[in-house]
Design a protein around this ligand. Sequence first.
Ligand code: NAI
Ligand code: MG
Length: 335
Amino acid sequence: AKHTIVLIPGDGIGPEVTFAAKRVLEAAGLSADWVELPAGASALEQGFENVLPERTLAAIRAHKIALKGPVTTPVGKGFQSVNVQLRKKLNLYAAVRPVQNMPGIKTRFENVDIVVVRENTEGLYSGIENEIIPGVVTSLKVATEVACTRIARYAFEYAVRRNRKKVTVFHKANIMKLTDGMFIKASRKVAEEEFPQIGYDEVIIDAGCMKLVQDPSKFDILLMENLYGDLMSDLCAGLVGGLGVVPGSNIGEDTAVFEAVHGSAPDIAGKGVANPLAVIMSGVMMLRHMGEMATADKVRTAYREVLAEGTTLTRDLGGTAGTDQFADAIIKKLG
Ligand code: NAI
Ligand code: MG
């Protein structure tokens, strides 16, 4: 079947890694019409008034699926974060970030196999910020029972679908009694009433951080509100080789946007050295979402072979290969 995919190259390393990923997906046999549209600083550069142009939003709404590069939201110019806007406006309520050891990538730990499930529409990233009086500002943390229940149910349904054993909520309900209190209450209710066959526990997030870096193999699915999920995704990435190897998806009722966890990496942008693997892996998640299982497996097998060989790796993984060179090595394996 022919698919239509909205491609958002993004900013910084975004275009480098997304176009490399597109090449890999096409070489694996994905047949798609790509609708390329901007978001972020590059949208302004292209003459759009907003960092998240209406045309880009409308295309994602129409085609239901997007592969997105990281974006930069200019700070201090009055724009709300592109990602916060996108996730709220399209109601992409679940961010899913699988974190696993990769073949050939030596890290401090083995057997890391964690999935971060992050509430993606409210919490401390509600985007509601106010200057009360000069010198006094607030960022509002919002929790609704509907959204807390919805993300908890998503995490447990994911656990069932993927044959996972346990969901752990990271929280700070001892301090934020109302918001995080509602989050654990909703999670506990879903766990007890709907998914008694799946393990469930709650860990206060500061102690959870310590436990994670001591022995990540003890964790399975991690469920948490927006800000915590943002932070823990990068922390978990550090356990398996960094931001170059962790993909992600933003899932709504009928729309999904796939993107790596990493940002636009201004420190290495434009040099052709960024690792495209996290976006390629996000592409594999996208293929599965579209039902293209065979193509997804093909890409996965190919990049795992390249990693295992260890001769063509990008700098973040200890090699010297550039973005396109690494993508080419994967394409060669696709045969
Ligand atoms: P970052 O994730 O862009 O970079 C952190 C570090 O990881 C840097 O040293 C970078 O070089 C490295 N890195 C990241 N991705 C890499 C890759 N694919 N290959 C090799 N090295 C990689 O985080 P940072 O610097 O805090 O943020 C930069 C900008 O990106 C900010 O404007 C931020 O708002 C934005 N951002 C956007 C995201 C998105 O659109 N989904 C997510 C995170 C940040
Ligand atoms: Mg982040």
